[in-house]
Design a protein around this ligand. Structure first.
Ligand SMILES: Nc1ccn([C@@H]2O[C@H](COP(=O)(O)OP(=O)(O)OP(=O)(O)O)[C@@H](O)[C@H]2O)c(=O)n1
Ligand SMILES: [Ca+2]
Length: 507
């Protein structure tokens, strides 16, 4: 097209050249045509650049409800409508924390489970443009709290799921179902989220493992070599993403989430049924009354409430980190491994590989205790100091932190350090491979994003074809070519002008 302009312009100049002898206005006409030529080229380039500029982006949305054991959270994701298959394109747009406990806590009044979601659903309605409502998929995935309720009472579990289903069906969104996800799914989709958000999936190597600590279960997931996955099929998940094969090791320890593991520790320390428990995992001066049933009613506790026990007991802290480690050690079983390697409780685990991201309660606890960026040894010391600090002092120091959280940090911190080192086998040398994270590029780390990406088929098995030139490259090439043609036009104008002038002199 530009070549045509140049040829046209040269033709005009030739004609003008002939006109020149007869027409006294020839000079003005030549200047006029040259200016017109320049304007035409500028207009051409501008149009080409604007035409190929990405159109104003239209977004699509997806909603996932994370029905955890301790709480429910609603995540709204958004992505550019034309870029569904690009890594890192899906981002968290909005987050709403449902008021009250997790849905499994409503087993005695199931209707309330659905009702508890209403405010966050209203927020979601406002956060997704109305014209997108009907095409926005909405999923609910329930985790360890509901797994435990299902073990305890299948019928109550169904009623709770039915109640949330009723509310979710009545939303303007494209409801896709509410179900209890498996521990493998929870681990594997947490891994997908972490690696998708850090844009590692297209590179095909050097993925990051995922460590998730919830209230009722904890997951460990990392990529291994294919031969390492052979020993235990139930701990293996394979994915083909963007043309790369991944062999993941994953395990979910039910009852080893932060709240259930505390019950394990309390049950283990109250075997004698005494009326007072002196607990080294709580600060000196801390004291509260607990009912025996609050500890022993969990399906995680396999021992019966002690015969000698009354209704309840006084839970009193003595604040001693070393003794607390011993309490924690007793809730792990390190014998009876039938595989080449085990973590604990006879569960297979191949040797750790690569970097890890530790999120959810790992982050809450380690961040509060200021243990996210120090050596293992220093963290042990900091932990000992926190545990031995008197409860009155702790409360004074952190008046704005919920007392329940504050009281449990000595236990939870000790548990996390023990789980990561003795449980999963991180050492002083490999400790720095763990990064405690809450968000990656603005989106929360957790299983929800990976779950949605999988269900909406947003991560293709094969790498999608990419255009031969990116937009910036295309524009550069266009500008360069136009500039070249413009220079050719100028040169042609000049040489014709010289020829015309010399012809006139000959005449
Ligand atoms: N600022 C916060 C927020 C939460 N928590 C604790 O972190 C745990 C909950 O972690 P979370 O990942 O939200 O667990 P759930 O998803 O509810 O549980 P699960 O995954 O086991 O179903 C709970 O023990 C809660 O008390 C905390 O210590 N500090
Ligand atoms: Ca969780």
């Amino acid at each position: 097209m530009c070549g045509g302009c140049v040829v046209g312009a040269i033709y005009c100049i030739t004609v003008l050249c002939k006109m020149k002898e007869k027409n006294p206005w020839h000079k003005a006409v030549v200047i006029f045509i040259a200016v017109l030529g320049i304007i035409a080229i500028v207009a051409l380039v501008t149009t080409a650049v604007l035409q190929n500029k990405p159109l104003q982006q239209k977004f699509k949305y997806g909603i996932v409800l994370d029905a955890g054991s301790s709480h429910t959270a609603v995540y709204i994701y958004e992505w550019p409508a034309e870029k569904e298959n690009d890594t890192g394109r899906v981002k968290q747009k909005h987050f709403c924390q449902v008021k009250g406990p997790g849905i499994s806590s409503y087993s005695l009044s199931p209707e309330q489970a659905g009702h508890s979601l209403r405010l966050c659903i209203q927020e979601a309605v406002l956060n997704v443009p109305r014209r997108r409502h009907h095409e926005t998929p909405l999923y609910l995935g329930a985790t360890a709290g509901m797994r435990l309720l299902r073990m305890e009472n299948q019928s109550l579990c169904d009623q709770v799921l039915g109640s949330v289903e009723k509310v979710l069906q009545s939303t303007p969104f494209d409801y896709q179902g509410a179900r209890i996800i498996s521990g493998q799914e929870e681990g594997a989709f947490g891994w997908v989220t972490v690696n998708y958000l850090s844009d590692r999936l297209k590179q095909g190597s050097g993925t990051t493992g995922a460590l998730d600590l919830g209230g009722a279960s904890t997951q460990i997931t990392f990529a291994t070599n294919q031969d390492e996955t052979g020993e235990s099929a139930e701990n293996t998940v394979t994915f083909r993403l963007y043309g790369n094969d991944y062999f993941l090791y994953t395990h979910s320890f039910l009852c080893y989430g932060k709240d259930q593991v505390l019950k394990l520790a309390l049950a283990q320390q109250t075997q004698a049924g005494a009326s007072t428990l002196l607990d080294p995992c709580f600060n000196q001066g801390y004291s509260t009354n607990l009912s025996y049933s609050s500890v022993y009613s969990s399906p995680c506790i396999t021992t019966q409430k002690p015969l000698a026990a009354g209704e309840g007991f006084t839970h009193r802290g003595t604040g001693n980190a070393l003794q607390c480690q011993e309490v924690v050690r007793r809730i792990f079983n390190f014998s009876g491994c039938t595989f080449s390697h085990c973590s604990f409780n006879g569960v297979y685990q191949p040797p750790l590989q690569g970097q890890f991201g530790a999120f959810s309660a790992y982050y809450f606890v380690m961040n509060f205790l200021n243990l996210t960026s120090d050596t293992l040894e220093n963290n042990m010391e900091k932990m000992a100091r926190y545990c031995s600090t008197p409860w009155t002092q702790i409360k004074q120091q952190f008046p704005n932190v919920k007392e329940k959280y504050l009281a449990e940090y000595c236990f939870s911190g000790t548990y996390i350090l023990f789980l990561l080192t003795h449980g999963y086998n991180f050492t002083s040398d490999t400790w720095s491979n763990i990064k405690f994270i809450k968000k990656i590029s603005g989106s929360d780390a957790g299983w929800t994003l990976g779950y949605m990406l999988n269900l909406t088929n947003m991560i293709p098995a094969e790498a999608p074809d990419t255009p031969p030139l990116p937009h910036a490259g295309y524009v550069t090439l266009l500008l360069f070519t136009s500039l070249l043609l413009f220079l050719i036009l100028l040169c042609s104008l000049r040489s014709l002008w010289v020829r015309c002038t010399s012809q006139r002199q000959i005449i």
